[in-house]
Design a protein around this ligand. Structure first.
Ligand code: C5P
Length: 223
């Protein structure tokens, strides 16, 4: 461990879904297994980076040889990322809930016998990728986001890159027919300042290795 082109580099990787409580026993969440984020953290570790892995409640175990910070909500994820800074590189692979329940109950909600259902109110969660990308001081040199799209993948992901202020976007087509969501393979387009680069459909581990190698090629140790 700790040897390789990313030796001495600190990377923060977010992964998994977030859970936003409705009451102490219920939550809303995103459908994310954490597979791709976990593979990326492992691939960066394999190139010698020191990895802080900030993960929501994922369905796959975290990689070994990384610092694991477990969180539940988007706001906890942002705090954990801020606490882990400074970093040279940040890869935001988590499927963060865009909204949290603003009127979450402190005790378990009960049916009241009238047949009326409770009304949930939502508040917007902080955007972790945009927040870190737009930091005035201490911004990581390379900030990478993901974009799960079903239509106009390159156009939408390019617009997202501009809007959020990150350096690269890993765009993937998650149309149901692709079987990518929850699957073992991914078909991504890497969006950089130079444009879009379509990668072949590959196992998620291989996508992670290619991305880590690409990161090392721009931010690897100066030797
Ligand atoms: O806008 P959208 O959710 O599609 O953007 C996806 C990218 O933004 C991912 O990299 C995701 O991890 C990040 N994101 C975030 N905080 C949010 C929402 C998304 O970091 N609240």
């Amino acid at each position: 461990l700790g040897e390789g082109p990313l030796k001495g580099r600190h990377v923060i990787v977010t992964s998994g879904p977030t859970h936003e409580p409705i009451d102490p026993v219920r939550y809303i969440a995103n459908r994310s297994s954490g597979t791709q984020g976990t593979a990326i953290a492992g691939a960066l570790r394999d190139l010698g980076a020191k990895v802080t892995f900030v993960t929501g409640p994922a369905s796959v175990p975290p990689p070994t040889g990384v610092e694991v910070v477990r969180v539940e909500t988007a706001r906890q994820m942002l705090s954990a990322v801020e606490a882990a800074l400074p970093a040279d590189i940040a890869v935001f692979a988590a499927a963060v809930a865009d909204w949290r329940v603003d009127n979450a109950a402190g005790s378990k909600m009960k049916k009241d016998g009238t047949g009326r259902a409770p009304a949930l109110e939502f508040a917007e969660n902080p955007d972790i990728l945009a927040t870190v990308s737009k930091m005035a001081t201490g911004r990581p040199a390379l900030v990478i986001g993901f974009a799960a799209e079903t239509d106009d993948v390159i156009a939408n992901a390019t617009a997202k890159r501009d809007r959020k202020g990150c350096d690269w976007i890993v765009a993937n087509d998650v149309s149901p027919a692709t079987g990518i969501m929850g699957g073992e393979e991914n078909a991504v387009t890497l969006i950089t300042a130079a444009g879009g680069e379509e990668w072949p459909r590959l196992p998620k581990d291989e996508v992670a290795r290619r991305l880590a190698a690409r990161i090392a090629s721009v931010l690897g140790a100066d030797v």
